[in-house]
Design a protein around this ligand. Sequence first.
Ligand code: PA5
Length: 457
Amino acid sequence: MALALLTDYTGGQLPAGAQAAKLYAQAKQAHQDLESGAGQGAGMRGWLKFPAEYPMTEEYGRIKAAAEEIKAKAEVLLVIGIGGSYLGARAVIEAVTSRYYNETRENTPAIYFTGNTLSESDFADLDRLIEGRDFTINVISKSGKTLECAVAFRYFKARLAEKWAGDTAQINKRIYVTTDEHKGALLQEAKENGWPTFVVPTDMGGRYSVLSAVGLLPIACAGIDVDALMAGAAAAQAAYKEPGGAFGENACDDYAALRYYYYKHRRKAVELFAGYEPSMVQFGEWYKQLFGESEGKRGQGLFPGAVTFTTDLHSLGQYIQQGRRILFETVLRFEQAANGISLEEEPGDGDGLNYLAGKSLFEVNRTAFQATALAHAKGRCPSLVLALPKRDAYNIGWLIYFFEKACAISGYMIGVNPFDQDGVEKYKNYMFALLGKKGKEHNRVRAHLKRVYGLEV
Ligand code: PA5
């Protein structure tokens, strides 16, 4: 079993007796509903069996071939997408390689993510980064109409056209599209121009799609072993298939049950995903979307935050230790050192650090984890620990599947549909109305804005 859920640092804040039995039975029921399709949003469970099945498909082979093509020709890959259409790829690339991927890569393109902002400064920065470099675009959008993504695609497509002076053969060789299989403006445009297309599965929301073409094409372009990533996820799929019923039988159920316990019985409002590896920062962003979009509805849900220690102990550590007691942590811990770096003895011991000489940095970081978890438990901020052997493609694939499944079970436990995200549409309605988009529904919003705020748009 690649992943272990440890409860040694909860400071005794754990369910027991009849309460525990009830919680694990609830998690089991939610798990059964997920497997059987009896739960809400059952049509969006494509991700549940995907890791074992997808590597057998023709598209999976095409992804690997396209990645080889891109690696051979591109100095830069611009990945254009937002939310579930980019967070997973970025998370995996940094988790498996490094937060310095772009500076340390060998024989793979630099990868920049755009389409996730409307900041003109960010576009200008990217303009400078692609200047004089052969760049390829992978645009990813299930709906094909998300504004941030569509704006960036239009903009960088124009840069490609400028670079190749309108030579359509050269331009078309440098655009890869990942979108819905049957519909959308992006699909239409791809067909008209002969751009290679990959599918965002209909039965998978963006935040559950990293192990589809959505994540796999950019991930493969970074030189990451996608077979190992999928093998890890497939092993997790097999390991977590059967619902548990008691602690220790299924880690997805255990995690969902314990989150529920902190939320409902300990009045926790915030779950902090904490790690000790800066290369996992983007993974924390993916985690935030997964849980935030899946659970934050109908006035429910833990607010998902993410912190990196020891860095954030020097900014948020004070609040975590002594602020409002509404937090618990889910700490990700890697069990194996990767680089064998240790501190040397320094003559004179001017900095007073000789007491650390001979200790590995891994050991020092591990001790920082222990000290922090103990201190936080003492301050009534319990930590659930997820222990994973190492930071490689296999284990990250496992972790992704673990979180996806635990999140779905957890959503069912709090009584929401973990696969929809109606709330995301609200800001879009206002934005489109304010930007002057045509259409009846935008007119309705404009009338509302005029009535309530006196805004003339
Ligand atoms: O998880 C989700 O469904 C969302 O975050 C979407 O991925 C995001 O809004 C982007 O949508 P689209 O892929 O349609 O451009």
